[in-house]
Structure formats: C-alpha cells, structure tokens
Design a protein around this ligand. Sequence first.
Ligand code: SAH
Length: 352
Amino acid sequence: MTALKDLMLAQIAHSGPVSIASFMGDALMHPQYGYYATRDPFGAAGDFTTAPEISQMFGELIGLALAQTWLDQGAPAPVTLAELGPGRGTLMADILRATASVPGFHAAAKVHFVETSPALRKLQAEAVPHANWHDHIDSLPDAPLLLVANEFFDALPIRQFIRAGQGWRERVVGAQDGQLAFGLSDAAPLAQLAHRLADTKDGDLVEYCPALAGIVGAMTQRICAHGGAALIVDYGDWQSLGDTLQALSGHAPVNPLDAPGDADLTAHVDFAAIAAHASPAAYSRLTTQGVFLERLGITARAQKLATRLKGDALASHVAAHRRLTHPTEMGDLFKVMALYPATAMPPPGLES
Ligand code: SAH
C-alpha cells in the first residue's frame, strides 16, 4: 500500500469515484507523493528509458532539424527554444551541443522549459543552467517558437469513455474491498466525443485528453503569429481506439491501480486530436520515428561516431542505433508530427 493510495481511498470514501484523469494527475504530479514530482525515473536503474537517454544522436538530429527550420524561416531573433517535459535535460543539452556551430543560432535562441516536477527541474538545471522554467506552456514568450516535446503528451492525464448507444459511460476509479477499482458512470452524451460516434460501436473504449487542446493551442498561436515549429515525438497513433493506460515499474508492466505514485503511468497519444487542434497552423503527415531519423541521416552519424569506439562501447552504440530506428523496437511505435506555419515548409524529415 502506498501513502498516496491511502489518501486516494480516503478521498473516494468521502466524495465518490474520480475520473481516470484525476487519478493519473495525482499519481504523477501530487506535490508530496507524485511519481514525477518526487524522483528521477529514467535510465537502467529507473522504471523506463527514453530516446535521448539511449543515444546522443537523437538530440543532435532534432537540434539540427530545428536549426534548419529556423534558417529556412529567415533566422528570426530572438527565438524561443522550448521543451515540454525535459526529464533530465539530456535532449536539450544534445540539441545545444549539436547547434553550437550554426551561425547566430545560440545568440538568438532563449531556452525555456515547461516542467512541473521540482525533482526533475533540479536535474535540468545541471544539464542546462541558463534555461528558464515554466509551470505551464501559456507563459512562454509571445515570440517565434521552436519547440520539442518527446514523451510529454503520453504523460498527460486522459479520461476513458465506453460507447453506450449515442452516449458514453465514463470509466472511473472507485473502491472495492479496501482497494482501488475501476467502475463505470451512467451513460451521457458528450459534445467532445461527438466526432467519435462515426468510427465506434457499442462497447468500444475511447480516450480523451482534456489538457491537449489548450497545449496545442498555445503552440500554434505563437507559431502562426511569429513563426517557428513544434516537433512532437511520442508513442501512439492516428486516432487511438481501446484502453492504452499503462503503468511501468522497473521496466515491467504493472496494474495501474496497484501502486499510484510508485509507477509511471502513460497513455498512447492520439495524434488525430493534435492535428484537429493545429489549425490555423499546418501539421505534417504522421511519420514513424525510424523513418524520420533515417531521413535526418542517423546512419551516417552513427557510422561517424562508431569510428571512435571499440568493444563494449561500440556494441552498445550499434544497439542504440537499432533501438531508436528498428521497426520492432522504437522505430514504428514512436511517431513524429510537426506543427508549422501554413506558409512555411515542414521541418526536415517530415512531409506536408
Ligand atoms: N522528455 C524527456 C522526459 C519524458 S518523461 C525524455 O525524453 O527523456 C515526461 C516529462 O514530462 C517529465 O519531465 C515530467 O516531469 C514532465 N511532465 C509530465 N506532466 C507534465 C505537465 N502536465 N506539465 C509539465 N511537465 C510535465
């Protein structure tokens, strides 16, 4: 039993079942017990690992793609170089190292992080000391914006609904026999899911991320008014269908209700929902991470780095390249979408 689970059970006994979004938000970000709020979950000793932690090549190629986008749009200065949910700060550190030789880029770029976890902000400050931190994307400067979000959207709380006739029953978290347990609310029609009546039948489960529209809106508003682009990398697909809520602890799946605050909780990203809120910005065709990184030249970069490596270091470098790009590893599951001004070209590696 975790302390957070006790707290949640007491709250449910007092006020009734909560939405999965409320459960997920507390499990990840409760100020005292939340998973991200209290720890560094990454790496071999942690619960999961992410692309920038696997290889420096990921951040280097993203950095060069962002710098090329900046050059293609006439090198505006100043420009906000922003990251949502930067974890350990590794991706931004790699972006900055790779772009150090792009003339004028570092002079123009001001680094801004959107991060709610105090524990991770500390690590980010070690990796990128001159960054500016925000609790929410809304306070980013009103200026040209180059933004990256890797494995950020999957951590945003989602609600789950099960189709019942022309309405929906919400899947909620309640209590049974002293344990957290899933339940179902009564059916009701829902305006925000009206568009899913066409592609679902009775009993189908759909997920809905309440925070997504506001976050995508804040990006597109800056990109359309001042220029720039946003690169979103995450696991998921075009219009997700079915239950994708997942908990990971020590690199293994666990029951999401078992140990809130002690396990990572995510859901697959619905890229169609991002595209639906992109207007008036353009969005690129959804592209797999493997194809995106190959188009940006990861194989040439991997070969160049390999010439300096031997033995175990070489073997783990080769494995990292494979892990990022191979269809049976992260290559197909992870997708990339860019948002950019309708008058501009998509960032390198992506198509309109
Ligand atoms: N991008 C990093 C870390 C991914 S984990 C990497 O690729 O390694 C998710 C990150 O998003 C963590 O830094 C977490 O603290 C942060 N995060 C989760 N929900 C957030 C929210 N609502 N607002 C801001 N940051 C959030």
